[in-house]
Design a protein around this ligand. Structure first.
Ligand SMILES: Cc1cc2nc3c(=O)[nH]c(=O)nc-3n(C[C@H](O)[C@H](O)[C@H](O)COP(=O)(O)O)c2cc1C
Length: 394
């Protein structure tokens, strides 16, 4: 081989140059710097570095596998309602008061006989076992540490209600996905009440959920989940037999099995709130299930005034869906809610740091609430009235 030919073969070709450049770039720290610094860090930040609830979501994202993270994060359909739940807070402005009372605001309250250090509760949410090995006991312990925040235990929790209730802690309520066959509801209701449930929350809104968006669109690498089996006459709508057959009359029948206050969760109209009262319900939770059920349902916050007007103080109105900050909580109270339930927020705390994470995430929202109350001259929960907000819902 002539010299020039061997130099040409061993020399720099365009291909080699590109391969070299590509390996330089992939190994480069500068390229790493282009990645989202919060989402893909070299290390997972510690509990003491958490500043607001969204920091916990970032840590949860890093600690969970993608499908589990998505199960908590995502919403139904095109996620219009999921987004609107957050957007709605922009349509409510808080009225800042330059001169306020010097004393610290008093956030204590009580709902249907359950005392609370803050007007905050844990919304029922399924399967804490996928988030942390200590499952709901860790969540309950976190609630205890954060001023005994009341926890609503989901009917589809990873641990049975009585096992969670064995630990020392604050108030527990139980959420029921009612079965069409009335008698089938007796056992879960009885077990929860015998173990100390102070109220029963019957969820009526999640008629059908199939996380096709999560599974198919976002996780293309996963095998599509088989559609759940649907039974009974409701099968043609892909609704399970434990959802989607409620009539208001059913609440009166369930009532015979309930010795504590009973609430309906998933109310989005004044008309339904009135029907709930008519059929013996003691409280309602205004909720669109955190945007996980019917997409294009309105945000809970924007329908709250209509429901509060309809109820006219006869029963307490609780609310969830989209609440993330203390200022959000104050807006809910000012629009007439008795207490605010948090769904995803404690799940992020649990996945990120277990019981201490749940406690810290709650403490952050609590202290943000006190700060917002102080800024608005609100000395206690009863003084959080419509005077504190200016609304411009579309
Ligand atoms: C992962 C997940 C699981 C849930 N599981 C239940 C449940 O088992 N029962 C129920 O009534 N609501 C359930 N919800 C709805 C919550 O109770 C609540 O309505 C919603 O999370 C509030 O919205 P937020 O997450 O924006 O706070 C769940 C919500 C999430 C995010």
């Amino acid at each position: 081989m002539r010299d020039s030919e061997s130099r040409w073969q061993g020399g720099l070709s365009r291909r080699k140059a590109l391969v070299g450049l590509a390996s330089f770039l992939t190994g480069s720290r500068r390229l790493g710097a282009q990645l989202d610094p919060y989402r893909l860090r070299d290390r997972v930040p510690g509990l003491d570095e958490m500043r607001d609830v969204f920091d916990f979501e970032d840590v949860a994202f890093e600690k969970l596998d993608r499908a589990t993270y998505n199960y908590t994060a995502r919403g139904g359909g095109s996620e219009f309602t999921l987004r609107r739940n957050r957007e709605a807070f922009q349509w409510v402005k808080l009225v800042l008061r330059g001169v306020g009372d010097e004393t610290a605001p008093d956030a204590t309250t009580s709902v249907l006989g359950t005392p609370m250090a803050f007007p905050l509760m844990l919304a029922p949410s399924a399967a804490h076992g996928v988030l942390h090995p200590d499952m709901e006991t860790a969540t309950y312990e976190g609630c205890r540490r954060a001023g005994e925040t009341p926890m609503i235990v989901s009917h589809v929790s990873s641990m049975p209600f009585p096992d969670i209730a064995k630990a020392d802690g604050g108030p527990l309520w139980f959420q029921l996905y009612a079965r069409e066959e009335l008698e089938q509801n007796r056992e879960p209701l009885e077990a929860a009440q015998a173990a100390g449930a102070q109220a029963i929350v019957v969820t009526i809104d999640q008629q059908a959920t199939y996380y096709d968006r999560t599974v198919h669109d976002r996780n293309l690498s996963l095998r599509p989940r088989r559609p759940p089996r649907y039974s009974g006459s409701a099968g043609r709508y892909r609704f399970t037999s434990s959802r989607m057959w409620y009539e208001w009359q059913f609440f009166e029948e369930l009532r015979t099995m309930v010795r504590v206050p009973m609430l309906a969760k998933g109310i989005l109209t004044g008309e339904d709130a009135l029907l709930a009262i008519e059929h013996g319900v003691d409280g309602v939770v205004v909720s669109n299930h955190g945007g996980r059920t019917l997409d294009y349902a309105p945000s809970s916050l924007e329908v709250l005034p209509e429901i509060v007007d309809a109820v006219a103080g006869r029963i307490p109105v609780l609310i969830d869906s989209g609440f993330r900050r203390g200022s959000d909580v104050l807006k809910g109270l000012a629009l007439g809610a008795s207490a605010i339930c948090l769904g995803r927020v404690p799940r992020w705390g649990l996945a990120a740091f277990g019981a201490p994470g749940v406690a810290r995430v709650l403490e952050i929202v609590q202290s943000e609430l006190l700060q917002a109350m102080a800024n608005c001259g609100v000395s206690d929960v009863a003084s959080a009235t419509g005077a504190v907000v200016r609304t411009d819902f579309p």
